[in-house]
Design a protein around this ligand. Sequence first.
Ligand code: GLA
Length: 383
Amino acid sequence: MTTDAERRSAAVRGHRAVYGVEPDAVAFAPGRVNLIGEHIDYNGGLVLPVALPFGTTCSVSPRVDGAVHVVSASLGAAPVVGSLDALESAALQGWWSYVVGAMALSRSRDAFPGGVSVRVDGDVPVGAGLSSSASLECAVLVALDAAAGRSTDPMTLALTAQAAEHEYAGVPCGIMDQAASMLGRADHAVLLDSATLHHEHVPLHLREQAVSLVVVNTRVHHELADGGYAERRAVCERAASMLGEHYLVDADPAAVEDLPEPERRRARHVVSEQARVRAAVRAFGRGELDEVGDLFAASHASLRDDFEVSCPELDLAVASAYDAGAIASRMTGGGFGGSIVALVRDTDVDAVTSAISSAFSSAGYLTPDVLVVDAADGARALV
Ligand code: GLA
């Protein structure tokens, strides 16, 4: 695993090579994988993500020519150069919109009256549903904050990152990904109440039980901005208003059954998933991972059948993982592709990996990427 010291020295070397100066600040922000509580954050409920050991490193240094320069070491794309005002109104697409949005909304932008040079370098697979975008936004915000000599409260930065995603990338996401990136803790999940923003860290005790956290990227490209996500969110909001609730998670399960379709099945997922999050927190606390396995299986079925955000590759990965002995397995993140998350006994990791790979190869799917990860710390300045 890459250490903070290694990330920092690679960033300093890279920054010097591009801009000829040392950065004033270097920050790292991780991607995330959600254990359970899917499509719950924008419905006002509890979610249980963990921060990943990979993410985005961002370095910044001041300029004197009034310009903003941004380079990405990992994407190899041409640098973006211009005044921040010009970049903001350029309606940049994709990756750049996250960086420019975070810079535009950072309250630390006033610390760079003469412009700023930014370099980012990331190792979260893009489009895998592991929040490469949240890690990018948060890394930029923490780096600007550190360079300005501030240490803004992490949840405030998470909200700024979410606003960047709404306003500049056009994705109406909830707060889970940015909060997980900012607030993660090694060996813990973040139990976040997305209505109140109250959060606590839940110890997972996986290592003591010789259990690995496994993420399988199906390599089916997951794209939040393509409309499916926004459509699900709009249906949930409509269902909540039909039921007279501010948040759909508060709906009475019996009342949900009287809704018309598609509100009925979407709401049924939300209400049942919320109950599963509470049960999963209790089960993790008692070390009852078989119970977590039942909850993950029910969560996946609900996302597949009621919320309809799974796809054949995710379904096959989840089923193959269970067949090969995984304790728990489900699709994770927004869906429509991306990754599954699984809990696998250390001794079964090889069997689960090869079962998923050979099922994918027989089905003619792309070779999946299997990542064995640890729950990791959240965003931080690298000093
Ligand atoms: C994406 C969004 C999150 C959340 C998940 C689904 O990752 O960015 O806010 O809604 O989908 O749980």
